[in-house]
Design a protein around this ligand. Structure first.
Ligand SMILES: NC(=O)c1ccc[n+]([C@@H]2O[C@H](COP(=O)([O-])OP(=O)(O)OC[C@H]3O[C@@H](n4cnc5c(N)ncnc54)[C@H](O)[C@@H]3O)[C@@H](O)[C@H]2O)c1
Ligand SMILES: [Zn+2]
Length: 343
């Protein structure tokens, strides 16, 4: 087991990679605990949950709402949970985001920790202290920055994860390597020849390296005033793809990363050979690398992007594999690259 720490203004977070879910009770010293989980995770893993109250949510993005949070407040009050309670979110990013937000607002904030059970939640959603819910059709509109006290990343839990969910996590893993660590990118190239088939040791190393990258960036810029924006690599365009095509997040981000890589080349910043390396690595996980439909609708969505400043949108580009830079891109430059995407 290896540990990483985020020591921020919004709290201190200890992230234990390679710890077993069955050791969770060790982290609960003298606090009454309440587990918040979802139906799938409870079905697979409830035998490992600590002996305490459990609240089992339904699944899917549609439950990530203030209504669910309100129900949780009511359940917590019904259980007479006071300020000494510790809430433990055991599940994917949806359970973690809801648990973190509920814990950070109930009684002005109670203790909380996570056992993330998807790769995406282990390398992304549970790290960095963003909590929140969707509102009025917009993702993550309501929330607070607040660090979980502990995060337990047990790679073995990922063995029951559907392949498409695992691949979605790998989109974020590849993002981390691409923006911050050329050595790690090469490691991924060497050790993921058979796509999702890999040993637990390799998987654990991958989780560790990814969390280390995100934790370091968050440690330097907890509330996203500057460097943390680099974690949006592939996401500016990816969100527009997700919204207009309905593709799952990881797939949309994969297309977004390829688009940003091609924009980097068009700007004379990145070698074409590096774009190919990114494309090849994404393809190993069956992540799409080209937008071959709806390009006009996606461009429309980009044109309406709230973050647009005049005719510019700030994009995360690469000056090399492992080096991200933020640069303004015009809609014309973007549509030129999309044209080459369509060939
Ligand atoms: N807070 C952040 O910084 C941050 C970062 C990235 C994403 N997110 C949020 O994370 C959410 C997506 O998270 P996700 O991709 O983990 O989705 P998810 O929570 O919906 O989990 C995916 C599916 O896998 C199931 N599942 C979870 N663990 C399992 C396991 N071990 N075995 C079998 N099935 C399992 C779940 O029940 C669910 O059906 C989004 O709402 C997104 O906004 C937050
Ligand atoms: Zn993402």
């Amino acid at each position: 087991m290896r540990e990483l720490e985020i020591n921020g203004k919004t709290g201190r977070s200890k992230i234990c990679i390679g710890e077993k879910m069955s050791n969770l009770s060790k982290y609960l010293v003298d606090s009454p605990a309440i587990v918040i989980t979802d139906e799938n995770v409870a079905r697979h893993y409830q035998q490992y949950f600590p002996d305490c109250e459990r609240i089992v949510l339904e699944t899917g993005e549609a439950i990530k709402t203030l209504d669910t949070v309100r129900e949780l407040y009511e359940r917590l009050m019904g259980l007479a949970a006071d300020r000494s309670v510790c809430l433990i979110g055991i599940g994917g990013g949806i359970v973690c985001d809801i648990t973190g937000f509920t814990a950070s607002t109930y009684l002005r904030g109670v203790r909380f920790g996570y056992v993330p059970t998807t790769l995406l939640a282990q390398v992304d959603a549970s790290v960095g202290g963003k909590t929140g819910v969707n509102f009025s059709g917009y993702k993550n509109m309501i929330g607070v920055f607040s660090q979980p006290e502990f995060v337990i990343c047990d790679p073995e839990i990922l063995m029951t994860l559907p392949e498409v969910e695992l691949a979605a996590g790998f989109a974020e893993v590849i993002k981390h390597a691409a923006i911050a660590d050329a050595g790690y990118f090469s490691f991924l190239e060497k050790n993921t020849g058979n796509g999702l088939e890999m040993s637990l040791e390799i998987l654990e190393k991958i989780i560790y390296e990814s969390v280390a990258i995100k934790a370091a960036i968050v440690g330097r810029d907890e509330t996203e005033k500057g460097e943390r924006r680099k974690l949006n690599f592939g996401h500016t365009f990816g969100h527009a793809v997700e919204k207009t095509t309905g593709l799952p997040h990881g797939m949309a981000v994969s297309i977004g990363m390829m688009t940003a890589a091609k924009l980097s080349t068009a700007k004379g910043m990145l070698d074409v050979a590096d774009v190919d390396r990114i494309e090849n690595l994404l393809a190993r996980f069956s992540l799409p690398t080209r937008l071959d439909f709806d390009a006009d609708r996606v461009m429309d969505a980009m044109a309406r992007d709230k973050k647009r400043e005049g005719d510019h949108i700030h994009f995360v580009l690469l000056s090399a594999i492992g080096k991200a830079v933020i640069a303004p891109i015009t809609l014309t430059e973007l549509s030129a690259v999309l044209g080459s995407n369509l060939d």
